[in-house]
Design a protein around this ligand. Structure first.
Ligand SMILES: COc1cccc(N2C=Cc3cc(S(N)(=O)=O)sc3S2(=O)=O)c1
Ligand SMILES: [Zn+2]
Length: 248
């Protein structure tokens, strides 16, 4: 029997990812279409951060932003990364009606209208907006292939290389309808600072391309090589939250 305290330190009511049960989502006619503009000149570098690789963007201006949708103000593009599984059977973080996908793309933005920096924004409940895009197996994705062609330069932990001219818009599906809910980072420190925007249409990746993701190492050059076979967090309790939908 745990000792209860006045401030229950075990209370984390808005953790991510979650299962999105489409029969329980609420259509919200007040949700606006997403405004997304990404300048390919914003992309800067590819970094192996140990549990995945990030494409990082210049975020000292408003050239690449997301706004409208469920958001107040505008959020600047900061980085994008993927989550995957040890096989094509799972790998996504969000699950739709109990169905897992082989991978998931996260496009991370921070509330530059309200906060002076990314590091400050992650301390607030409306600090980040992450667009989640589910991936399903199909023909090879040429934009993802452009990233894979550079993974050998960031094979080991903390390695980085210049990576410019990535057109992030080309990674988005045509249908911009979304589900949205208040959640958290899905890796430590699990901060509850994310407005999640999960797109309802999946994009394609090939099984061979996923195989290359699993070849990335979580170890540094001097350590015994260990692959990042999977990096997706299990689904978390919905608690008192309701997922809203931009479409009926
Ligand atoms: C000062 O706070 C910092 C500084 C540097 C990086 C991070 N991050 C940590 C985890 C994390 C997990 C994300 S996910 N999978 O939910 O999209 S996004 C993200 S992060 O914000 O880049 C936080
Ligand atoms: Zn992520």
């Amino acid at each position: 029997m745990g000792v209860s305290t006045s401030r229950n330190e075990h209370c984390r009511p808005r953790q991510s990812p979650i299962n999105i049960y489409t029969k329980k989502v609420r259509y919200d006619s007040s949700l606006r279409p997403l405004y997304i503009y990404y300048d390919p000149k914003s992309s800067r570098r590819l970094v192996n951060v140990g549990h995945c690789f990030n494409v990082e963007f210049e975020d000292n201006n408003d050239k690449s932003v997301v706004s409208d949708g469920p958001l107040t103000g505008y959020y600047r593009l900061r980085q994008l990364h993927f989550h995957w599984g040890s096989s094509d059977q799972d790998g996504s973080e969000h699950v739709i009606d109990g169905q897992t996908y082989p991978a998931e793309l996260h496009i991370v933005h921070w509330n530059a209208q309200k906060y002076p920096s990314f590091d400050e924004a992650v301390k607030h409940p409306d600090g980040l907006a992450v667009i989640g895009v589910l991936l399903k197996i199909g023909e090879a994705n040429p934009v993802i292939q452009n990233i894979i062609n550079n993974l050998d330069k960031v094979k080991t932990k903390n390695k980085e290389c210049p990576f410019t001219q990535l057109d992030v818009s080309s990674l988005l599906p045509n249908d911009r309808n979304y589900w949205t809910y208040q959640g958290s980072l899905t890796t430590p420190p699990y901060s509850e600072c994310v407005t999640w925007i999960v797109l309802q249409e999946a994009i394609l990746i090939s099984s061979e391309q996923l195989f290359h993701f699993r070849g990335l190492l979580c170890t540094s050059e001097s350590e015994k090589p260990t692959c990042i076979l999977e990096n997706h967090r299990p689904i978390q309790p919905l608690e008192a939250r309701v997922v809203r939908s931009s479409s009926k």
